[in-house]
Design a protein around this ligand. Structure first.
Ligand code: ITT
Length: 196
């Protein structure tokens, strides 16, 4: 069992997420140190990202003696796929991937898509869970573009920067507008206001 002062654990097996969050953390000038922890978590198939995140967070209980958080994200193609892959994002990425998603779309002009991120925090000082959410809206790119980012980034064109996919942005540029960046701003505000 882990126990450290002033440490906050980010439980994730995804190094890209950890890198994005480390960049935000280092700029936040906050009194916690961030440590990546790779503990096996349970990912259930639920109706929304928050439910998945809540279950995942609770599956860590008793394994870390301190404050810790997880982050869960999903990619939703609202038009024309009615939100697919959404909560199935991990599985779809591993099976049909970006190429498979593009094959399901016939009219790229009318697409609408979004990412949603939920950060779920177990905050030891209050012995309570807290949730911070963020979403970013855009379109699906007709082709796979860019070498940065990860996952669905090469096929997502954010409304705020419609000429580039997320994979064509630097980590800093993506963080400024992304689902995870928005959730993080809320999370960091909470940590600042509740430093104990
Ligand atoms: P954890 O260990 O933190 O759970 P994960 O890779 O399983 O990492 P998620 O379940 O949150 O992450 O992500 C679901 C899928 O969505 C997965 O295939 C990711 O590659 C993809 N994804 C998540 N965030 C993304 C982002 O910012 N840009 C592109 N794809 C993303």
């Amino acid at each position: 069992m882990k126990q450290e002062e002033n440490i906050i654990y980010f439980v994730t097996g995804n190094i890209h997420k950890f890198n994005e969050i480390s960049v935000l953390f280092s700029k936040a000038n906050i009194k916690y140190n961030l440590i990546q922890e790779e503990i096996k978590t349970i990912e259930i198939q639920a109706n929304n990202i928050k439910e998945v995140a809540s279950f995942k967070l609770n599956s860590i209980k008793g394994k870390i003696n301190g404050s810790y958080f997880i982050e869960d994200a999903g990619f939703f193609v609202d038009i024309p796929l009615n939100g697919f892959p959404g909560v199935y994002s991990s599985y779809i990425m591993k099976t049909i991937g970006n190429k498979g998603i593009l094959r399901l779309i016939d009219d790229f002009e009318s697409t609408q898509a979004h990412f949603t991120s939920v950060i779920a925090l177990y905050f030891k000082p209050y012995d309570k869970n807290f949730f911070f959410e963020g979403s970013v809206y855009g379109k699906v790119s007709e082709t796979i573009r860019g070498s940065g980012g990860f996952g669905f980034d090469p096929i997502f064109l954010p409304d705020l920067m419609p000429s580039k996919t997320f994979a064509e942005l630097s980590i800093e540029e993506k963080n400024k507008i992304s689902h995870r960046g928005i959730a993080w701003t809320r999370f960091i505000k909470f940590l600042r206001e509740n430093y104990i």
